[in-house]
Design a binder for this molecule. Structure first.
Ligand code: FES
Length: 356
């Protein structure tokens, strides 16, 4: 399986200058930025987070995952060339890659069921906690068995917080830190408790550096841009959906293999796009029960055709029309129309928005 290269780009807006521009210029700059970043979603996995008001030194994060590092350079150059570019700096940036751990990350009670991922698959958690991490050189001088014991203890503590998902990537030799750790979680309290617990583990003695810490809030691109202040544009993008006859291009069909699912955006709305049995299907990504991310659900075939089961509490929905087939969802989930044109471009539309 291909390893991936990962980039955490933290940007800062020069608000003292940007917010003095006319509203029209602010709006133009934001829309230019959004259009540019949106186009890169075809080339890489790209998630957007706001840190406005949570840290003084950075305002937002673009979490990027790609096959080649040059995609990150091209995105950054394209951002510089937008009308928002002159007001942005990137005070912090972490480059890393996926790699198999040299430690056994399974616990004895797992009985071989734990699989290590070298593919980054961000979930839909509202928070992301990111920091660069360096171990002391004394750590590397310890015998492998001693380090393994400490790692096992560390993993055991982490298992007490099953709702926190850890994405560790490696930076040896390609950036200043050794690792970048990115924890996805539902709230800051669980993460505070987890980190406090980890301070008492033996491995903690071998931490050289684990700052700066970043608490990031998961936001769709347009909302993230609006969180910077100034003229608001998210509503304009909803109007743009209407101007395109209701259809929005969201993906390339060639990028999908049977059974794939992906998160795409319809304006500011998250949509789970599925490719099953030669057909595309689109459902509102938020499960009606408790907003679980359907794009991470399990796809099955049964007497009702293709279906997806919510990863959080296992409500099951038809991919055809979003109706509840099983489980505790109080209602059906919204379904989107999907079509593929002659050039293999995938478009989605909200049923009531289509006017052809
Ligand atoms: S959030 Fe989907 S079943 Fe609970």
């Amino acid at each position: 399986m291909e390893r991936q290269i990962v980039k955490f780009s933290f940007y800062k807006l020069d608000e003292a200058v940007f917010l003095r521009l006319t509203e029209e210029k602010q709006r133009h700059a934001k829309l230019d930025f959004i259009e540019t970043v949106r186009n890169f979603r075809r080339r890489m996995l790209l998630r957007t987070y706001s840190l406005v008001g949570l840290r003084g030194d950075v305002d937002f994060l673009l979490w990027q995952v790609a096959e080649e590092a040059d995609a990150f350079q091209q995105l950054h150059t394209a951002i510089r060339n937008t009308s928002l570019g002159p007001y942005l700096t990137m005070p912090r940036s972490f480059l890393s890659g996926t790699k198999k751990s040299i430690y056994n990350i399974a616990l004895p009670e797992d009985r071989g069921k734990t699989e290590e991922r070298i593919i980054i698959e961000p979930g839909d958690a509202p928070y992301l906690f990111v920091y660069p991490f360096i171990k002391t050189r004394a750590w590397y001088a310890l015998p492998q068995e001693t380090r393994q014991e400490m790692i096992t203890e560390h993993i055991r503590v982490g298992r007490k917080y099953p709702d926190i998902k850890l994405n560790t990537t490696y930076s040896y030799g390609i950036d200043d830190q050794e690792f970048v750790v990115a924890f996805e979680g539902d709230n800051p309290h669980d993460f505070v408790d987890l980190v406090a617990d980890l301070r008492h583990t033996a491995a903690s003695m071998y931490t050289l550096s684990d700052t700066p810490m970043h608490t990031c809030i998961n936001m769709p691109l347009a909302e993230m841009v609006d969180s910077l202040g100034g003229a608001q544009v998210a509503d304009l993008l909803e109007e743009e959906v209407i101007e395109t006859g209701g259809w929005l291009e969201v993906a390339q069909a060639a990028d999908f293999r049977d059974g794939d699912s992906r998160l795409v955006y319809y304006g500011t709305q998250q949509v789970a796009l599925f490719y099953v049995g030669g057909q595309f299907y689109g459902l509102n990504n938020r499960c009606p029960h408790a907003r679980g991310p359907l794009c991470e659900g399990k796809i099955t075939w049964n007497g009702h055709g293709a279906a997806v089961t919510c990863p959080w509490h296992e409500a099951t929905f038809s991919l055809e029309d979003g109706r509840v087939i099983a489980g505790i969802s109080p209602r059906d989930v919204e379904s989107f129309r999907v079509r593929v044109d002659d050039e293999g471009r995938v478009f989605i539309a909200r049923l009531e928005a289509i006017h052809e």
